[in-house]
Design a protein. Structure first.
Length: 183
């Protein structure tokens, strides 16, 4: 969310560079489908307040960006599914929250968005397994609690029904006198 009003003007030099890891690729370099490529987009500025956020990123088979055949990597600042795209840093973080814009205001050239953050409805196998494990732990915990409660109830019921008896088998000393011979 943008807190301050964006105003003013300036000229910024934006660079787009293809990298193989951390080293730049030479011009007209041919890529194989198995090669991992890093696309670096940067603003040459000494100001810390300027953050570059890429909203969309796509490739075309020609040099025309409006070509009808496009391959999107990023839309709404988030990587597209099944494109093997990983966002290393966009703006100031690598987080990509799937958001639905509830209200959007254009302030100068930026877009401000306020509203709830929604979780993506697509679940991975790891998330499903984790939620299944959580459900199992909850069910086992509740079951164990019920068993303990039933055992305590039966013990209290049995003690009340039997009553309180002294089952001490130590003999008591009694004082009495024997008269063996009567005179």
């Amino acid at each position: 969310m943008i807190k301050d009003i964006v105003q003013g003007s300036g000229t910024f030099h934006v660079t787009v560079q293809l990298l193989n890891g951390t080293s730049p690729l030479p011009q007209n370099y041919s890529l194989s489908p198995n090669e991992e490529v890093v696309v670096e987009v940067a603003i040459n500025s000494t100001l810390d307040q300027i953050k570059l956020v890429i909203h969309e990123c796509w490739a075309t088979p020609t040099s025309d960006p409006a070509d009808s055949t496009t391959y999107y990597f990023l839309q709404n600042s988030c990587p597209m599914h099944n494109t093997y795209t990983t966002v290393l840093e966009n703006g100031n973080s690598s987080d990509c929250l799937d958001r639905r814009v509830r209200s959007g205001n254009t302030v100068a050239i930026a877009r401000a968005s306020c509203g709830p953050i929604y979780r993506s409805t697509e679940w991975t196998n790891h998330e499903m397994l984790k939620s299944f494990q959580d459900v199992i732990f909850i069910v086992v915990g509740v079951g164990l609690g019920v068993v303990i409660l039933v055992v305590l109830t039966l013990v209290c019921y049995r003690k009340r029904r039997v009553g309180h008896y002294n089952f001490n088998f130590t003999p008591k000393q009694e004082s009495f006198t024997y008269h063996v011979f009567g005179t």
